[in-house]
Design a protein around this ligand. Sequence first.
Ligand SMILES: NC(=O)c1ccc[n+]([C@@H]2O[C@H](COP(=O)([O-])OP(=O)(O)OC[C@H]3O[C@@H](n4cnc5c(N)ncnc54)[C@H](OP(=O)(O)O)[C@@H]3O)[C@@H](O)[C@H]2O)c1
Length: 301
Amino acid sequence: MNYESPRILLFGHNGQIAWELRRSLATLGSVVTAGLDGADHELDLGDGDALRRLVHELNPGLMVNAAAYTAVDQAESEPELARRLNADVVGEMGQLGAALNCPVLHYSTDYVFSGKGDRPWKENDEPDPKSVYGKTKLDGERALLASRADCLILRTAWVYGGRGRNFLLSMQRLFREKDSLGVVADQFGAPTWSRLIAEATAQLLAQCRTADGGFSFGEHREEIFHLSAEGQASWFDFARAILDAGNESCRLEPLATGEYPTAAVRPAYSVLNNNRLWQVWGIRLPHWRESLALCLEERDG
Ligand SMILES: NC(=O)c1ccc[n+]([C@@H]2O[C@H](COP(=O)([O-])OP(=O)(O)OC[C@H]3O[C@@H](n4cnc5c(N)ncnc54)[C@H](OP(=O)(O)O)[C@@H]3O)[C@@H](O)[C@H]2O)c1
């Protein structure tokens, strides 16, 4: 084993998952971030030349991409930018990874699925995204796989945590501001804490060390794994659990999707089946209610 710490280039710095990864990956190597605001290396991923220059300059032992265009509704009116950041850039990362012999770990989404059905989606179920965000994320998966880099894709879902733009923080604010609130009750997914995504990622990567101290996904290179909390919830169920855990007294009303129009179509049922993650890596996230309790305990503490 080489005792020199490998350089891990993390795309994203303040994002929900990136922020947690900066902590969770710190035991695996020397993490340097590239992103828009406050990152170790300022990088607009829209600039392909800057991306290439940075990757060649740093010559990392692993790239982890937690950056993306994640504004699901806004993507409908900015499809070119969403495509650039979610698809083209991911393909370029793969090409750089293949050329420099540097593995690439990338995140994707439950929104690659149509949402039709009532059985948790498996990795090899046919994707059929209905939004610009979902389509561009699927194209990003395909571009990365086509690059033939030593890569792995983790599809996660309904991410929340103590920082960033997310449903938990929005609900906590709205409960303070409003006496009643309508929340969509006919879309189902698995609310997943950003902290546990990052910790599961680190546990997976710890199993991918090579004899020379680097990383390789080995026989699982170019594979996709689902990584989300166990159980399922509607947004209404999730809101109810957040409300019940707090001190606010807001009245919650269940809404049908049609009563809460949004620019992007969201899947009605996007629960992921995480069995392969358990079978191959021995990693399983707890039930979403258990994770939410842990997250809230920290925020209250
Ligand atoms: N949020 C969800 O519910 C959800 C669900 C399923 C899958 N995912 C996937 O999980 C991954 C992480 O999502 P997240 O929720 O952590 O995202 P997020 O909180 O919205 O953060 C987005 C990240 O992308 C970076 N970024 C955006 N535009 C950039 C640009 N032009 N140049 C450089 N960096 C840029 C930001 O960089 P800075 O830190 O520098 O600002 C930030 O770190 C993404 O692949 C997303 O598709 C998210």
